[in-house]
Write a protein that binds this ligand. Structure first.
Ligand code: T1G
Length: 648
C-alpha cells in the first residue's frame, strides 16, 4: 500500500495505491493526510491532482475495518482536509468511485472522470448510510431530489450522468491524469469552489415527501434507504458541520444494527461464493461465441443475457415458425428495456446485432459454449445433446438449463461428459442475478471455473450446486411450499400465508408467485412423480384440486386467487375448496398467526438447508442464503435463513 506525492512542474500528483480496490483503509487515510500536508507546504506546487493506481478510484471505506474501533484520521477528517486545501484539488476518477471514494471526490474542488468511470453511494446496500459527507455534499452539487434517489438506491451513476447532474465536471478525452493536471492548472488563481460551502438548491417539499414515501415502500422493511434520503433532506436545513455530525451519528447507529450485520454478511457471502475448493488457480476457457438452443421464455432471456454481456450469440430453434417466435420474443424484451429507459434505442440495435438466428443446429459449429433451454424432458435432451456432440468442437462446453432433470443423466449422453455443466438460470433470465452452476459428477475443473467466469461476465451471481432434485433453490422452495400447503389444510388461507411472507420482506408470497408462474408446470411434475411418491409421507392435495378445476393461475384468470379485474382478489370458491379438503381429511381447521407461519416456513427452509449441506450439494450456508435472496426474493437485509439460524 502506498500514497505517493510526485511533482509535474507546479502540479502535485497524489496517487493512492492500495490493491485491489484502493479501499480507504487506515493506512490510506494517514498517507493522504501526509501527502496533502507535504503538497500544501511545498511553495513550488500550486495545484493538486488526486488519483489512484490500479483498476479503480477509491471504492469505499475498508469494509474489513467495520466493527473494529475507529482509528484516526477518520475519513471525514481527510475529506475536510482536502476541501480546506488552499491549493485547488482535482480528483481524477476511473473505475468505480463508490461510498467513501465518491465522498472523497466530492471533497475535491473539481472532478474529472474517465469515460467509463462510475460513481455511487452503495452504503445502503450494507445497511448503513454514507458516513463521510455523501448525504451533505452531493445535494449541494446535484440538488435534493437527485441526491435522495442516488443515496437511497445505492445505484451506479455513469460518468456522463454525473457530469449532467453536476456531481462531476468533465470527462477525460485523453490520459486521465494528464487531463486532470491540465484541469488543475486552469484552477490556479481561480476562486476555489468548495462543495461544502455551496448552498443546497431549493427543492419542492411536496415532491420530496412523495419521493421519500416511495423510497420507504420500495425498501420493504429495510431501514437504511429512508435514513439516507432523510439525511439528504437535512442537508438543506442544517449548516454543513451540523449536517456532517448528524450524518455521522446515523451512520454509526446503523453500523451496529442487525440489518447492517446481515447485509455485510451478504456482501462477504457473494465473494465467498466465487471461492470453490478444487479449482483455485484453474484457468477458465475463453468463451466468446455462445449458442442458445430454444428461444422460449427462458431461452430468449438467456440469449439476451449473453448479448448484453458482449458475447456473440447464435439462437437455434427447431423450425422457422419457432425461430420467428423466438426472435419476436427477444426483440420484445429489448423494446421493453428501451421503453423502461434501461437502455437507449441505439444499444438495442447494437445488442441485437450480436444475435444470429438459425433453424439448423449446424449454425453452432463454431460456438465455444452451447446452452439448451428446451422442454424439460430427458428424451428431448438426449436427442439434442447427441446431435450437438457431433456438431460442435470437442472442447466446446455444453450446458443445460434444466430445472429438474438429472444433469448427470444428460452428461452420460454426451461425447465428453466432463464438459457438460448445468447453468440453471431463473426467470426472467435477463433480469434475475442468480445462476446455479451445477457440478456434474464428471465435470472437468476448468469447465466449472468457466461456468463461474461466464456467470460473472453476465453480471450474475454464480453459486455452485451439486446434483439433486431441484438443486439448492427449487429443492428448498419445494420444501417450504409443502409446509405452506399443509398449513392451508390445517387452517390457514393463501392470503394469510402470502401476507405473512410479504410482511417478512418477500416481494410476493408463494401463492401469488405460483399464480404468476402457472400451477400446471408443477402439477405435471407431481403427476410424473406420483408413482414413486412415498405413500407414508403427508401429501397436500389442494394444488391438484385447483389444477383439476382448470385453475392454472393468472393465465387462466384464476388460481389461488381470481384475476377477473386483472388485480389479484381472494376467491370464496378457493376458500370453500380448501375447507372441503380439510373436512375430507378430518382436520379441525385453526387460525395461524403471521409469526407462526414465518417460524414454520423458516424451520422448513433451515431443515432442508442443513440436509443440502450434509449431502455436500451446497458448499456453505451462506451460498444457500445467496440462492434464496437472489432467486426467491428472501429479504437481503435479514442476511438469509441460514445466517438467521447461525449456520455459516
Ligand atoms: N473494502 C475492502 N475490500 C473490498 C471492498 C471494500 N470496500 N470492496 C471490495 N473489496 C475486496 C473484495 O472483498 C475482494 O477481495 C476484492 O476487493 C475484489 O472485490 C464512509 C462507510 C469495488 C465494484 O460498498 O462493490 O464507503 O475476495 O470481487 O467484482 O460512507 O467490490 O479478492 O479478497 O467485488 O471487480 C462502500 C463494495 C463501502 C463497494 C469491485 N463501498 N465493493 O467489484 O471485485 S462503505 C462499497 C464493490 C463506505 C463511507 C462508507 C466491488 C467493486 P477478495 P470484488 P469486483
Amino acid at each position: 500500500m502506498s500514497v505517493t506525492l510526485t511533482r509535474d512542474g507546479n502540479i502535485g500528483v497524489i496517487v493512492i495505491d492500495n490493491a485491489p480496490v484502493n479501499a480507504a483503509s487506515h493506512a490510506v487515510r494517514a498517507g493522504l493526510m501526509t501527502a496533502l500536508a507535504e503538497a500544501a507546504a511545498d511553495p513550488a506546487l500550486q495545484a493538486i491532482v488526486l488519483a489512484c493506481a490500479g483498476r479503480t478510484f477509491v471504492a469505499g471505506a475498508d469494509v474489513k475495518e467495520f466493527g473494529q474501533p475507529p482509528r484516526q484520521p477518520l475519513l471525514p477528517e481527510v475529506i475536510d482536509a482536502v476541501e480546506a486545501s488552499q491549493k485547488p484539488v482535482v480528483a481524477a476518477v476511473h473505475g468505480t468511485a463508490l461510498g467513501g471514494g465518491f465522498e472523497l471526490a466530492l471533497g475535491a474542488h473539481a472532478r474529472i472522470a474517465a469515460p467509463d468511470a462510475q460513481f455511487g453511494l452503495p452504503e445502503v446496500k450494507l445497511g448503513i448510510i454514507p458516513g463521510a459527507g455523501g448525504t451533505q455534499r452531493l445535494p449541494r452539487l446535484v440538488g435534493v431530489a437527485a441526491a435522495m434517489e442516488i443515496a437511497a438506491s445505492g445505484r451506479r451513476v455513469s460518468a456522463a450522468e454525473a457530469v449532467e447532474l453536476g456531481a462531476a465536471d468533465r470527462i477525460a478525452t485523453g490520459d486521465l491524469v494528464e487531463d486532470a493536471k491540465a484541469f488543475a492548472r486552469e484552477l490556479i488563481g481561480a476562486e476555489l469552489r468548495r462543495t461544502g460551502d455551496l448552498a443546497v438548491p431549493e427543492f419542492d417539499p411536496a415532491e420530496a415527501d412523495r419521493q421519500f414515501a416511495a423510497i420507504g415502500r420500495k425498501a420493504r422493511g429495510q431501514l437504511s434507504p429512508a435514513r439516507a434520503a432523510h439525511m439528504v433532506r437535512r442537508a438543506f436545513e442544517l449548516p454543513l458541520a451540523a449536517g456532517l455530525a448528524e450524518e455521522r451519528a446515523v451512520f454509526v447507529e446503523l453500523l451496529g444494527s442487525e440489518q447492517s450485520l446481515a447485509l455485510r454478511h451478504v456482501f462477504a457471502a457473494e465473494r465467498k461464493a466465487a471461492k470453490v475448493p478444487g479449482i483455485e488457480g484453474v484457468e477458465p476457457r475463453n468463451i466468446e461465441a455462445a449458442g442458445v438452443v430454444g428461444a422460449g421464455l427462458m431461452g430468449a432471456g438467456i440469449a439476451v443475457s449473453f448479448a448484453d454481456a458482449g458475447f456473440s450469440v447464435t439462437v437455434v430453434e427447431r423450425d422457422k415458425a419457432a425461430l420467428d417466435a423466438g426472435r419476436a420474443r427477444i426483440e420484445d424484451i429489448y423494446r421493453r428495456m428501451v421503453k423502461s429507459g434501461r437502455i437507449a434505442e441505439a444499444a438495442m440495435g447494437e445488442r441485437l446485432s450480436r444475435i444470429r438466428f438459425a433453424d439448423r443446429r449446424e449454425a453452432m459449429a463454431s460456438c465455444d459454449l452451447v446452452i439448451e433451454a428446451v422442454f424439460d424432458d430427458l428424451a428431448v435432451k438426449r436427442e439434442l445433446f447427441q446431435s450437438l456432440s457431433a456438431i460442435v468442437r470437442p472442447d466446446t462446453i455444453l450446458a443445460t438449463n434444466t430445472s429438474y432433470l438429472d444433469p448427470d443423466a444428460i452428461a452420460s449422453m454426451v461425447r465428453g461428459p466432463e464438459r457438460l455443466i448445468g447453468l440453471h438460470f431463473f426467470s426472467p433470465a435477463n433480469v434475475m442475478r442468480l445462476v446455479e452452476v451445477v457440478r456434474t459428477a464428471k465435470l472437468a475443473p476448468d469447465v466449472l471455473a468457466t461456468g463461474l467466469a461466464v456467470a460473472r461476465r453476465l453480471g450474475k451471481l454464480g453459486v455452485v450446486s451439486g446434483v439433486c432434485e431441484g438443486f439448492i433453490g427449487n429443492r428448498i422452495f419445494t420444501a417450504y411450499r409443502r409446509q405452506c400447503d399443509f398449513m392451508l389444510e390445517d387452517g390457514a388461507l393463501p392470503q394469510d400465508i402470502d401476507a405473512a411472507l410479504e410482511g417478512y420482506g418477500f416481494p410476493m408470497g408463494p401463492y401469488a408467485v405460483n399464480d404468476l408462474a402457472g400451477l400446471d408446470i408443477s402439477w405435471a411434475r407431481r403427476k410424473r412423480n406420483a408413482a414413486t411418491r412415498d405413500p407414508s409421507e403427508r401429501y397436500g392435495v389442494i394444488a391438484d384440486r385447483l389444477c383439476e378445476a382448470g385453475r392454472f393461475g393468472r393465465k387462466t384468470g384464476k388460481g389461488y386467487y381470481t384475476y377477473a379485474s386483472g388485480e389479484k382478489a381472494v376467491d370464496p370458491e378457493v376458500t370453500a375448496l380448501i375447507e372441503a379438503v380439510s373436512r375430507e381429511a378430518g382436520i379441525e381447521r385453526r387460525s395461524f398467526t403471521s409469526s407462526e407461519i414465518i417460524k414454520r416456513v423458516m424451520a422448513a427452509i433451515v431443515e432442508e438447508g442443513r440436509k443440502i449441506l450434509a449431502e455436500g450439494i451446497a458448499l456453505r450456508g451462506s451460498d444457500i442464503d445467496l440462492v434464496l435472496i437472489n432467486g426467491y426474493g428472501y429479504p437481503a437485509w435479514r442476511g438469509g435463513p441460514m445466517f438467521q439460524a447461525g449456520v455459516e
